[in-house]
Ligand binder design. Structure first.
Ligand code: T1G
Length: 676
């Protein structure tokens, strides 16, 4: 196999080039090639300086994550970086694209760094539940100081070349299209400069105030995660007077602890799961897609407005339709307000707001959708309403257009049957707020054409959504699994648990909020029959008293003017009244029972979803719950978590409460198999 690394001589400069698509990951062959190139430079008297650069779209984007968990082939990345730094001849990193993780660490081992203005550098290992394990936590503070080192390592967001330049992480900016030549010229310029600047020989000043402020500012964001604290500890180690070697040893120790932990396995699982979700089994990835130049959205309510913003922000014109002028004006007004709020926060420039709003065409006429390439309806959640609407669209919209429903659980096949073109119909289930939530469930009808599905999955990337293919079943993937959780949560109230206890268990598990907090946020009255005299559940009783949730300052909780929740004595009375009338004995409910009845039942539903092929793969279900409901990333999603809990334990927990266990879950328990 040819090496991904080649070398070129340019006079007295040796250029070491990596060509390891798609992201020049620093796999074994790359590391071996770098080692050989460095040896070649050291052995040749005529060579006075070395440039390391990459072909393709980016400089090294990190260690090869697929190698983790397997025996590491020599030389390890730290060894290669030490070879670079200890070189007697200057080594220059020529950076473009995203120099991330180990890639950033390679640049820090170099003596000089030159980058194109569009380059970004960063150490996102914390997003994989890790830390920069090749000297990054020790070199960044020495070059750029503690505050930036904390930001880069413990939060993991990349920084621009300009910011890196200011911080000293980059020495020179190249022309956007002349990096190779500029890097060689820079190498010649510094070829005889001594002493060679070595990051490991610099001293990092301690900055306890910065550390304390950073920890305080990010406490909520880091809740439940192991890696951020480890990154912070390593950065502090670089400033406590330890030698560089002691710091490296500490970094290695902390890195291995994280690497062996469940959290990193979970976060690495999700890294690949998210990318895998974009792939449709059985469809050629090279299938021709339908061009989507103009989108129609029907309904200018919360969902329709949010959906429209996704396309407007991606530069795709939208025609938005409402029945009444007042509703149309309100809807477009909300869109404008949302954009202006983003601009006020500096997230958008005013001209971007103008551009987005200029691409929005409000209308009361369905006929104005005739030339749209994709039409998405976000109207009232009624099958009759949707079937009638699709029948009209079938007559109005040009042939070849894709007709999508934003329904959150209705049968797409039934909707498609109300048109003469079921092959062009599918579901696009956005999550509210649609312009914020990243998850998009793409519901594949029985007759949905392959190119229609592939077009929408590709379009999801364009509008920065994480899309997952779902089959046609009630609630698709996410909401279908939400149902057993909500049913059991309400039953537990009748048996003695409180909303606070159930929510606490879920928040301690790592969810952003529990079932009742979520109900209050979304609206207790969603799906309520609106008949105040018909009180058949605790929810009915709350709604009948106007306790519709946060929007009414009262739901399962009472809310003050800042929407801070507090347990409601009135709700406790309502629950006690219902419970006593149902003659259910009140008993102590353990936290463990809450987990078994609300989370194990979700896993059971996920297993049924897989058995029925309503999801392509278990990791897709994980992606749905991470991006649609805030499942803690350090637990990898419901199905990954089930594997870490162990199917045996889950089956036992379900059987203890009399649930019918899915066959797939049972067979995993018997065989020791895993969903993943
Ligand atoms: N290793 C292996 N494969 C990788 C990879 C990596 N580091 N990064 C991306 N891929 C694959 C990805 O799975 C996909 O594969 C394809 O490349 C395109 O990726 C020792 C321990 C660079 C910003 O965390 O952030 O260094 O699906 O779809 O949208 O301290 O990839 O095509 O088969 O994401 O253009 C640290 C991870 C590693 C960066 C490009 N580095 N990558 O985004 O393409 S740990 C990272 C990214 C480390 C050291 C530590 C993004 C990208 P497939 P893509 P993209």
């Amino acid at each position: 196999m040819t090496s991904p690394i080649t070398t070129e001589r340019h006079g007295d400069v040796l250029v070491i080039i990596s060509n390891n698509p798609p992201v020049n990951a620093l796999g074994a062959a790359v590391r071996q090639g770098l080692e050989a190139g460095l040896k070649e430079a050291a052995a040749d008297e005529a060579i006075k300086a070395v440039v390391i650069r990459c072909d393709g779209k980016t400089f090294f984007a990190g260690a090869d994550i697929t190698e983790f968990g397997r025996p590491m082939q020599e030389p390890g990345l730290p060894t290669v970086i030490d070879m670079i730094e200890s070189s007697e001849k200057p080594v220059i990193a020529a950076i473009h694209g995203t120099a991330l993780g180990g890639g950033c660490e390679v640049t820090l081992g170099c003596h000089y760094r030159i980058a194109v203005p569009s380059a970004k550098i960063g150490t996102p290992e914390v997003k994989l539940g890790l830390l920069p394990g090749a000297g990054g936590t020790q070199r960044i503070p020495r070059v750029a100081g503690v505050a930036l080192a904390l930001e880069m390592t413990a939060k993991g967001d990349p920084i621009s070349a300009a910011r890196a330049m200011t911080a000293g992480l980059i020495d020179r900016l190249a022309g956007e299209n002349s990096l190779a030549a500029d890097a060689i010229a820079f190498a010649r310029e510094v070829a005889s400069v001594r002493p060679l600047p070595r990051a490991s020989e610099k001293t990092a000043e301690a900055d306890p105030e910065a550390v304390a402020a950073f920890k305080k500012e990010n406490a909520k964001r880091f809740r439940g995660f192991d890696a951020p604290a480890a990154n912070i500890a390593c950065v502090e180690k670089a400033t406590d007077g330890s030698t560089f070697a002691e710091g490296i040893a500490f970094e290695r120790q902390e890195f291995m602890k994280l690497m062996m932990g469940v959290q990193s396995a979970a976060q690495r699982h999700l890294f690949f799961a998210e990318r895998q979700a974009a792939k449709i089994d059985g469809i050629d990835p090279a299938i021709a897609l339908r061009p989507i130049k103009k989108v129609g959205v029907i309904g200018a309510g919360t969902m329709g407005g949010g959906i429209s913003m996704n396309f407007l922000s991606a530069g795709i014109p939208v025609t938005i339709v409402e029945m009444q002028q007042e509703a149309l004006d309100r809807g477009t007004g909300v869109i404008r307000k949302n954009y202006e709020a983003s601009a006020a926060k500096g997230r958008l420039k005013p001209e971007q707001v103008a551009l987005a709003m200029g691409a929005l065409t409000p209308t009361l006429n369905l006929e104005d959708l005739a030339d749209c390439d994709l039409v998405i309806e976000a109207v009232y959640e009624s099958m009759d309403v949707k079937k009638e609407l699709f029948g009209k669209l079938d007559k109005i919209v040009k042939q070849g257009a894709i007709l999508a429903s934003n329904t959150s659980y209705l049968n797409i096949d039934e909707i498609a049957a109300s048109t003469s073109r079921p092959q062009d119909v599918l579901g696009m289930h956005f999550f509210s707020p649609a312009n914020v939530m990243k998850l998009l469930e793409v519901v594949r009808g029985a007759k949905t054409a392959d190119d229609v599905l592939a077009t929408v999955m590709a379009l999801a990337k364009t509008i920065k959504k994480v899309a997952v293919v779902s089959g046609v079943c009630h609630g698709f993937i996410g909401n279908r699994m939400l149902m057993p959780r909500q049913v059991e949560a309400n039953k537990l109230l009748m048996e003695g648990a409180t909303p606070e206890q159930i929510d606490r268990v879920h928040v301690e598990f790592g969810m952003p909020m529990g079932p009742f907090q979520m109900s209050d946020l979304a609206g207790v009255d969603i799906g309520w029959h609106r008949d105040e005299t018909r009180i058949e559940s605790i929810r009915d009783a709350l709604c009948a008293e106007g306790r519709w949730g946060q929007k009414k300052s009262a739901g399962f909780y009472d809310y003050d003017e800042k929407r801070n929740p507090s347990p409601s004595p009135r709700v406790a009375e309502i629950i006690e009244d219902f419970r006593s009338r149902s003659n259910l004995p009140r008993r102590e409910i353990t936290d463990e029972e809450i987990i078994e009845r609300t989370l194990y039942t979700m896993v059971n539903e996920g297993a049924l979803i897989l058995e029925e092929k309503m999801a392509q793969r278990a990791s897709d279900i994980d992606v749905v719950w991470i991006y649609g409901y805030g499942w803690p990333v350090y637990r990898g999603g419901p199905m990954f978590w089930a594997d870490t809990e162990g199917a045996k334990k889950i089956v036992a927990g379900l059987e203890k409460h009399g649930f019918k266990v899915a066959e797939l879950l049972k067979s995993n328990a018997e065989s020791g198999g895993r969903f993943k």
